[in-house]
Design a protein around this ligand. Sequence first.
Ligand code: KG4
Ligand code: ZN
Length: 335
Amino acid sequence: TKETIVLGIETSCDETAASVVRNGTEILSNVVASQIESHKRFGGVVPEIASRHHVEQMTYVVEEALNQAELSIEEIDAIAVTEGPGLVGALLIGVNAAKAIAFAHSIPLVGVHHIAGHIYANRLLKEMDFPLMSLVVSGGHTELVLMKEHGSFEVIGETRDDAAGEAYDKVARTLGLPYPGGPHIDRLAQEGTPSIKLPRAWLEEGSYDFSFSGLKSSVINTLHNAEQRGEVIDAKDLAASFQESVIDVLVTKTKRAVEEYHAKQLLLAGGVAANKGLRERLQETFGEDKNLELIVPPLSLCTDNAAMIAAAGTILFEQGKRSGYALNANPGLVL
Ligand code: KG4
Ligand code: ZN
């Protein structure tokens, strides 16, 4: 049988990435040019700066991905590109690069949803077994996604306000930690004890939705109140308490969803999947479960990359999806 070689391109936020993947499962190259250093001093991603970096890096990153895969562009069967959601100016660079290459070499083009990409990062480790549940936790999204077959995504719960990663970054900022704050809170939390009482937003009975803004405000208030009383709060304990609250809600709702939908696999996805505490708790909760296979990608496949876009694009391509040259960046694209 003929193999499918897909070039993936991802520019939705602050990583310029290109990757070549064989048959949607095997990484031949995975190149990521991070811009974090350029955004750090502003305490977050500056859209204009992100776009500029993407323009500068795009050609180099694509060439490098082909070089590392030891392939020429003529050997590529399809180009998969993130069409949304994300920063519109950032997305536009990837979409236009993909269209230009596709047009110049008459290669089929496939637009990919960024979250579908995060979920499909798991297929680079293990074949999917349906129905499956994916817990997507990133800087922009917190979702429980049910998949009954390839290419079909049912969002059964999502955040009503801040995404988990967003809450991590805001809490980190309040504690004076650099951007992105998630890894710093995670590190502090390992050294602290969850001794400070913080809320958990369970929402209505049976709801799979999430809410993290109340927790975030509660952390900020706890700090300010202590400051006013002239007390010092241990940042490690506060980080541990915050992390405990986030993980409690994420894992409890995930467990209920996995049971209700009889999921055969649980796939972790998105940048917050790098969280050590979350990975440990998932392992404790599901690691011994005979009826559920827990898949946790390595850190390099949890944060934004193009291999995941190529992996998701391969399935869409094999299912016959094609995006014309009218493909446009769609910052609000729904899954
Ligand atoms: O998926 P991602 O790379 O970009 C988006 O699509 O949003 O996720 C980035 C987010 C940031 O909010 C970052 O703080 C968070 O993932 N993050 C973490 C950890 N590593 C990255 N959050 C908690 N613990 C971590 N170890
Ligand atoms: Zn992402």
